[in-house]
Design a binder for this molecule. Structure first.
Ligand SMILES: NC(=O)c1ccc[n+]([C@@H]2O[C@H](COP(=O)([O-])OP(=O)(O)OC[C@H]3O[C@@H](n4cnc5c(N)ncnc54)[C@H](O)[C@@H]3O)[C@@H](O)[C@H]2O)c1
Length: 362
């Protein structure tokens, strides 16, 4: 079992990463002691893993199962209230435990329910998608969407423990796995050049779901995220570097219509755009860009923007990114493998040209 510790000023907790941990009785010791547990999940994931999770819960405790529709639309105020109704009608209290079993959608809404029910009850994250294992379950961001935008209602709320079983990735759709690899590649480029080399050397083993290799890969990503989050829990400083490629990505997702491009797919093209911008402005050398594109192609992620996406519309959308400061665009630009920085960018012409050079129409 590999444990990555998230060490925050007021709290410390572990991310436990082990192949087959969901079917091992030992994992029951990782759960907080409660009289009542609620498992929040969806039909698809519950079909694969609900029975295993139920077996980890002490026999004397009561268990409530809450299944939400399998869609980003579930991160809604209506679904949030439904979950509260269900849990409150079962007398769920502050010492009860919510187990979020699923991808980032389940993790985000279940986390927000745990953060707000009785001003906070126990939360356990059991992420089952690659994106959730390397990104969304780590760091304590919880949220639901509002009709005016994604993740606009939320809070920072840390779980008691995160339990990751890389074996769950075997039931994940291939496109979803590749999308998670977009975030994995991001860590290699923003933080640690030795991880970049490791990733380049292990492409085939990752694609063949080698359990040891997947464990190491997830461990590394969680370590990077845990270190960044520990240094900057509320995203006031270096946590912003985790947004490498994301200003472009959010614009692509927005123009495509949410759900048509997966997040990691948009991040892949976003990282290429940010890197090319850095190369064009002599902030970084071309070799870095070449290494990035090789990895992105190896995991079958997109490298171009469809020409029906207008560069002008993408640019306008980039200006609506919530990471911007005083309407000035903040971009995370790489400087070398393992090193990036936040830059204020005010040259729209260069951005329009860049977007068009990747295939966007006018
Ligand atoms: N809180 C954060 O810090 C943070 C960070 C990044 C993204 N997010 C959020 O995460 C969400 C995206 O997460 P996601 O990519 O995991 O999407 P998701 O939760 O929709 O999962 C993707 C699909 O895979 C299925 N799935 C998940 N695990 C599976 C498994 N083991 N086997 C079979 N199917 C499985 C899901 O049911 C779903 O159909 C977005 O809502 C995004 O806003 C949050």
């Amino acid at each position: 079992m590999v444990t990555v510790t998230v060490d925050l000023s007021e709290k410390k907790y572990g991310i436990e990463i082990t192949a087959n941990s969901l079917t091992s009785k030992k994992s029951s010791q990782l759960l907080p002691v409660s009289n009542q547990y609620a498992i929040i999940s969806n039909e698809l994931i519950a079909g694969h893993y609900l029975q295993s999770i139920k077996r980890l819960i002490p026999e004397k405790a009561s268990v409530i199962i809450c299944l939400i529709p399998d869609s980003e639309k579930s991160k809604s105020p209506e679904q949030y209230l439904k979950l509260l109704d269900q849990l409150l009608s079962e007398k769920f209290n502050r010492s009860s435990t919510i187990i979020a079993l699923g991808g980032g959608v389940v993790g985000d809404i279940a986390g927000f329910v745990a953060a707000t029910l009785h001003r906070g009850c126990n939360l356990v994250q059991i992420p089952t998608s690659l994106l959730a294992q390397v990104d969304s379950s780590v760091g304590g961001k919880t949220a639901i969407n509002h009709s005016s935008g994604k993740n606009l209602i939320g809070s920072f709320y840390q779980p008691k423990v995160v339990i990751i079983d890389p074996e769950t990735l075997k039931t994940l759709d291939k496109r979803q796995f590749a999308s998670g690899m977009g975030e994995v590649i991001k860590y290699a480029f923003i933080h640690d050049s030795s991880f970049l080399v490791w990733l380049e050397n292990n492409i085939d083993s990752i694609l063949s779901f080698d359990a040891t290799i997947l464990e190491s890969m997830i461990e590394h990503c969680c370590k990077v995220k845990a270190a960044v989050v520990s240094a900057d829990e509320r995203e006031e400083g270096q946590r912003v570097l985790l947004n490498f490629g994301h200003t472009f990505a959010h614009a692509i997702e927005n123009i495509a219509g949410y759900g048509n491009w997966l997040h990691g797919e948009a991040v892949a093209v976003g990282m290429l755009l940010a890197s090319k911008l850095a190369v064009n402005n002599k902030l970084m050398n071309e070799e870095f860009f070449e290494r990035l594109i090789i990895l992105i192609k190896a995991f079958d992620l997109p490298t171009v923007i469809p020409d029906e996406f207008s560069a002008q519309k993408l640019l306008s959308s980039m200006y609506r990114d919530k990471k911007n400061l005083d309407n000035k665009m903040q971009l995370i630009l790489p400087r070398a493998a393992g090193h990036s920085e936040s830059v204020t960018w005010n040259d729209d012409t260069s951005l329009l040209k860049l977007l068009q050079s990747f295939g966007a129409g006018k």
